[in-house]
Design a protein around this ligand. Structure first.
Ligand code: DMJ
Length: 576
């Protein structure tokens, strides 16, 4: 039996005495030790070399990407409409670039972080209420207690991959959202935010709870369309179904409030198989079509009993007119551009000719803007709300013949430049609510608040997707940074009472989470994320899936687009 310290046991090889008696064996073990160390050392330095090589290749890749952007910048002027095989190649190439572009992915992460900050603040201080008041750190039921921020945020959370937050919102909707409210709701606001938000969440996630809830609220809104003409009353009591119009319109229905439910109600009919929603909403357009003016410009007040538009009220692409024109185009897209929906496109095109008649340029810097009109008189005023127009024109221009497509896309770029200047021209770099262009001057801010509106970044996202011009991403990034600088506080995001002084208000509008942050996120994401081929965005930025309309006689598109949205084609510093 071996004793401890003995040179004959199994541990004898570890005892120095063993090797002193056997020098040859000592030399062999020593050599083996040296060789092993060398190999290990060498592998580590190989690894280091390898890492350096990877980093060098990564730099080279960045450099090549940069050169590629420059080459692309020289190949075109940023205005091209790609087509055919070249288009597909460019599209794939650009999507690929957008996916790995480190600048884009950093910007996207910052926007996602902003969404988390807005959402967490809302959860902490205003959970379940319509909107957060960040300064007083409480909530307010500005829409009757329908959880507007929860519903408006659903798809943004989903698209940004914020799974836990989405699930929390979903649970609240399943267990606590109750529409049986003795409250005079705006039919328009409830449709675009609540019906639209729920349907979008359903289309994205497939979770039936969202469809059930959408149907519940839509059923409560439906009696609003029971008027002699089918043009709806704009307010309705959600519990009793009593509908009427706002007192301040003198009993008239508002154009945008009456003509911005078609997308949502068509989707609801498609998903439920119940045609009533679609029939009510589409009848409004058929009614307006009967007396559609030759310039396609409708005054904002319409009598729901006679169907006649009040000529004393103004014509505008801003407040109270805006999304009526937007939906004419988008319902046509949603309807696969088939014969069934041709009249929407026709009405939209007539209105776009009317729009051209409202365009003026400043003497100073040749900035294009959209006038408002009452009777025969034009006013040099433009709302920031009208800054959705560049995006709408970009979306609709591709289905014109090439000459008109070019014309409308150019106008879209000019107007986007003006809208961007609404932001750049103020000390806070945030846009006021509206602008005046009197006496040929460039722009003077009128109403000077900013309530975190999305229209300009919305248009930048469309223009970037349709032109591939990286400049639009840079403009969007500048606007985002101005929001971060002026509007972010510890308890959420606020608007500004005055864009000149930077004085803050006390409201985080639900559309900031639904629209502004979503469009910014998409501006820095590959265009394949919520692609225009498959989705159409409602006016509150809720994407709705395009499916085949079963009520159409002819399923073939009546137009073949001359252009398609692209990914990015960077490097062009064009400024319209
Ligand atoms: C949103 O509710 C919608 O975009 C609507 O069409 C216009 N106003 C706000 C955002 O500014």
């Amino acid at each position: 039996m071996a004793r401890r310290g003995s040179l004959s046991g199994r541990w004898r090889y570890l005892h120095p005495g063993y090797y002193m008696k056997r020098p040859a064996r000592f030399a062999a073990v020593f050599t083996a030790l040296i060789l092993t160390t060398t190999v290990v050392w060498d592998r580590r330095s190989l690894l280091r070399d390898y890492e350096a090589e990877v980093s060098r290749l990564y730099d080279e890749l960045n450099e090549l990407q940069h050169q590629l952007r420059e080459v692309e910048g020289h190949l075109g002027d940023g205005n091209e409409i790609f087509s055919g095989t070249k288009e597909e190649m460019a599209k794939n190439n650009n999507v690929w670039q957008a996916e790995i572009d480190p600048v884009n992915s950093q910007r996207r992460e910052k926007v996602k972080e902003a969404m988390l900050h807005a959402w967490n603040s809302y959860v902490k201080y205003a959970w379940g209420q319509d909107e957060l008041q960040p300064q007083s750190m409480d909530g307010v039921n500005s829409f009757g207690g329908l959880g507007a921020t929860v519903v408006d945020s659903l798809d943004t959370l989903y698209i940004m991959d914020l799974e836990d937050e989405f699930q929390k919102a979903r649970e609240w909707i399943a267990t606590s959202l109750d529409f049986n409210k003795d409250y005079e709701a705006s039919v328009f606001e409830t449709t675009i935010r609540v019906v639209g938000g729920l349907l979008s969440a359903y289309d994205l996630s497939g979770d039936k709870i969202f469809l059930e809830k959408a149907r519940d609220i839509a059923d409560r809104l439906l009696p609003a369309w029971d008027t002699p003409t089918g043009i709806p009353y704009n307010r309705i009591n959600l519990a009793h179904g009593h509908a009427h119009n706002f007192g301040w319109t003198g009993g008239q229905s508002i154009l945008a409030d009456s003509g911005t439910e078609q997308l949502e109600f068509i989707v609801l009919s498609q998903r439920t198989g119940d045609p009533r929603y679609q029939q009510k909403a589409e009848k409004v357009i058929s009614q307006l079509q009967k007396t559609y003016p030759s310039d396609g410009l409708l005054p904002i007040y319409i009598n729901p009993h006679s169907g006649v538009a009040a000529s004393y009220s103004s014509i505008t692409f801003g407040a109270m007119g805006d999304s009526f024109y937007e939906y004419l185009l988008k319902v046509w897209i949603q309807g696969n551009k088939t014969k069934t929906v041709t009249h929407y496109r026709e009405m939209w095109e007539i209105s776009m000719e009317g729009l051209l008649s409202l365009i003026r340029k400043t003497n100073q810097s040749s900035l294009s803007y959209i006038c408002e009109k009452t009777g025969d008189s034009l006013s040099n005023k433009m709302d920031e709300l009208a800054c959705f127009v560049p995006g709408m024109l970009a979306l609709g221009s591709s289905d014109y013949d090439p000459e008109k497509a070019e014309k409308f896309l150019s106008l879209a770029k000019e107007l986007a430049w003006t809208c961007y200047n609404f932001y750049q021209s103020t000390p806070t770099k945030l846009a006021g609510e509206n602008y005046y262009f009197d006496g040929g001057e460039d722009m003077n801010v009128g109403t000077s608040w900013n309530i975190l509106r999305p229209e300009t970044v919305e248009s930048l996202m469309y223009l970037w997707r349709f032109t591939g011009n990286k400049t639009y991403q840079d403009w969007g990034w500048n606007i985002f940074q101005a929001f971060e600088k002026n509007c972010r506080i510890d308890s959420g995001y606020v608007g500004l009472r005055d864009v000149k002084t930077g004085e803050k208000d006390n409201m985080m509008q639900s559309f900031f989470l639904a629209e502004t942050l979503k469009y910014l996120y998409l501006l820095f994401s590959p265009p394949s994320l919520v692609s225009f081929d498959e989705w159409v965005f409602n006016t509150e930025a809720h994407p709705l899936r395009i499916v085949t309309r079963k009520d159409g006689q002819d399923m073939e598109p009546t137009r073949i687009s001359v252009s398609k949205p692209l990914g990015r084609k960077q490097g062009n510093e064009e400024q319209n």
